[in-house]
Ligand binder design. Structure first.
Ligand code: GTP
Length: 220
């Protein structure tokens, strides 16, 4: 959404594409899961009286729009991509097929997973955790607006301090909101480290991947 109140901010989209290209150019295999809240939020729709399941499906479609946008932005700067959707829409993209996704990664393509997990009641974070485990990713990088995990919400509490590292148990016992519990549990049970970092800071992604101390690492 960037500086816009709604929809896709083209400048922010291109910034993200360049950030992703920098890690792709560094030789990393990259898969992307993107949310859809800039277009539609299922949970808010439910508060407005919409059926939860209906709203969740609309949210999944919103993630496909964002996935197509990031696909187009990446291909515009020379990054090969493949988009796979958890909900079949064969005119637009491939269906999610795990083995094909892994093959695409091996062939040097950035794989974008759209439509969440294809199921209502699961967040984009849960979809990201699930896909990361399925493709045997080494780490899940959660790009947000803050530069890591804090003792309290740094946007609300100025005294909040940042954690450099946390174990899954510490994060759980302190009740830190890193991802929803389903996503968090999937990562914990499958020993998949999470790094929470600021996606809006230039070169953060490539610095992180090259081993600099960026964000907060959560692991076993
Ligand atoms: P390799 O065979 O590993 O080289 O992969 P590939 O993705 O290049 O081969 P494929 O022939 O499967 O795909 C060619 C193009 O068609 C790619 O851009 C795919 O994303 C796209 N494609 C493949 N399957 C589908 C589909 O079901 N729907 C849509 N819309 N596009 C598809």
């Amino acid at each position: 959404m960037g500086d816009k109140g709604f929809g896709i901010d083209q400048n922010r989209l291109m910034e993200y594409a360049h950030e992703i290209k920098s890690v792709y150019d560094a030789g990393c295999q990259v898969a992307i899961v993107i949310g859809g809240g800039n277009i539609f939020r299922g949970i808010q729709a439910e508060k407005g009286g919409m059926d939860r399941v209906h709203g969740d499906y609309m949210g999944m479609l919103a993630t496909v729009i964002n996935s197509m946008a990031i696909q187009s932005a990446l291909e515009g700067i020379g990054v090969q991509t493949r988009l796979q959707s958890a909900i079949k829409m064969e005119q637009i993209c491939e269906p999610f097929i795990r083995r094909k996704a892994v093959r695409h990664l091996e062939k040097g393509r950035v794989v974008i997973f759209g439509a969440g997990s294809g199921n209502p009641y699961f967040t984009t974070d849960s979809a990201a955790a699930l896909r990361a485990i399925e493709i045997e990713a080494q780490v899940i990088l959660k790009g947000t607006r803050v530069d890591g995990i804090y003792t309290a919400d740094p946007e609300k509490d100025k005294t909040a301090t940042k954690y450099e590292n946390l174990t899954f148990d510490e994060a759980y016992n302190k009740g830190l909101q890193i991802m929803d519990l389903t996503a968090f549990t999937l990562c914990k049970e499958n020993n998949l480290p999470i790094i929470v970092f600021d996606m809006n800071k230039k070169n953060n992604l490539v610095n992180l991947v090259q081993g600099q101390k960026v964000g907060t690492l959560v692991k076993a």
